[in-house]
Structures are given as structure tokens and as C-alpha cells.
Design a protein around this ligand. Structure first.
Ligand code: GAR
Length: 199
């Protein structure tokens, strides 16, 4: 039987990519990491992928923006880049570019996104910082993270897995970020296992 193929999209440190690679390595996830794509050249996740022997691609949006091309053109070309890898699952693991239907229509129900907030809260960038500030204002007493199916709307879509992350009175923002990332690493592995089990 052919193993399911994963394509992982990143923009940064790639600690969540690492969690997936480690889970594949130790047999927790049964799949092949076929490709890692970054839209940022300096993303450390590219180094992690290379160290694990996973093919990488750097695919920046800037040349499209500079040429006055539409986001949809970038999204369509990104889909063309990924298509030959025949992914069973595409994982947005810290991918900081909003994907339109021009990308998503090529991979229906196959794109999942990790977001460091609970459903309906703090969509978009700086979600952890915004939760931290909301806590300081007494508006929330905890935050969380989720993995959801990607739809053409930012950080929303049917939830596959979610976890609460407590905020403690003595927390610095860095403390909360560290607790969030630790929770995310476990949650993402759980979500990938869940999706592949239904595959
Ligand atoms: C993670 O916290 C992820 O939830 C967040 O980017 C970080 C990537 O960390 N994603 C979003 O905010 C998406 N809206 P990593 O590069 O170390 O995996």
C-alpha cells in the first residue's frame, strides 16, 4: 500500500513542521513528507526539512506583487507547483499567506490549517499577542489553538482538533508563546493522525 503523501507549507521557524517530521520518524504518523514549501527564503523550517531529507521549494509572493499580478495568480501557480507531488494532505503549519479559492479548488478537503487561537477568536496574525492583551484587560481567562479544514476565509473552517491553553497571572508573552507552541505540536500531530485515519 502506498503511504499517504504530505505537503507542508511554512513561513517561519517550522517547529510545527518539526513535530510532524519527528512523529513520522518515530512512527506516530504513517505518511511520507513529500515536499515543504516556504514563501520566505530565510524560514528556518527549510533547514529543518533539508536536514530530514525532505524536498523543499521557496515560492515567494513578492515577484508577483512587484509585477502587479493578482494574488489568485500566485495561488494558482502554487497549486501547479504542488500538484505533481499528488498530496493526500496539505498542512499549513505557520503559513502566513491567505490562500484563495484559486489554490483551494485544486485540493478540496485536503488543506488543513493550524492557528494559535480557539475557533472564532483572534483570526489572522499576532493571535497569541492579542490573546495575551485581552487577558490583561480581563476579557478572557484562557486561549487555545485549533486545526481546521481550510476554506477561503482566514483562520476559520470545520474544526478537526482544538486544545485549551491556560494563561497564568505571572505569564510574560514569551511564557504564553512557549506554552502555546508546546500545545500546538501535540495538537497538530493528533489532527494529522485523525485526518489520515479517515483517508
Ligand atoms: C504557529 O504558532 C502557528 O499556529 C501560527 O504560526 C506559528 C508557526 O510556528 N500560525 C498562524 O498564526 C496562522 N494564522 P512554527 O513556524 O514554529 O511552526
Amino acid at each position: 500500500m502506498e503511504l499517504p503523501r504530505l505537503v507542508i507549507l511554512i513561513s517561519g521557524s517550522g517547529s510545527n513542521l518539526q513535530a510532524i517530521l519527528d512523529a513520522i520518524e518515530d512512527g506516530t504518523i504513517t505518511a511520507v513528507p513529500s515536499l515543504v514549501v516556504s514563501n520566505r527564503q530565510k524560514a528556518y523550517g527549510l533547514v529543518r526539512a533539508e536536514q530530514a531529507g525532505v524536498p523543499t521549494a521557496y515560492f515567494p509572493f513578492k515577484p508577483y506583487r512587484d509585477a502587479g499580478k493578482a494574488r489568485e495568480q500566485y495561488d494558482a501557480d502554487l497549486a501547479e507547483l504542488i500538484r505533481p507531488y499528488r498530496p493526500d494532505l496539505i498542512i499549513l503549519a505557520g503559513w502566513m499567506h491567505i490562500l484563495s479559492a484559486a489554490f483551494l479548488k485544486h485540493f478540496p478537503n485536503k488543506v488543513i490549517n493550524l492557528h494559535p487561537a480557539l475557533p472564532g477568536q483572534f483570526a489572522g496574525t499576532h493571535a497569541i499577542q492579542r490573546a495575551y492583551e485581552a487577558y490583561q484587560r480581563g476579557e478572557i481567562d484562557h486561549t487555545g489553538c485549533m486545526v481546521h479544514l481550510t476554506i477561503p476565509e482566514v483562520d476559520a473552517g470545520p474544526v478537526i482538533a482544538q486544545a485549551e491553553v491556560p494563561i497564568l497571572p505571572e505569564d510574560s508573552l514569551a511564557d504564553l508563546e512557549a506554552r502555546m507552541h508546546q500545545t500546538e505540536h501535540g495538537l497538530l500531530v493528533t489532527a494529522v493522525r485523525r485526518v489520515l485515519a479517515e483517508h
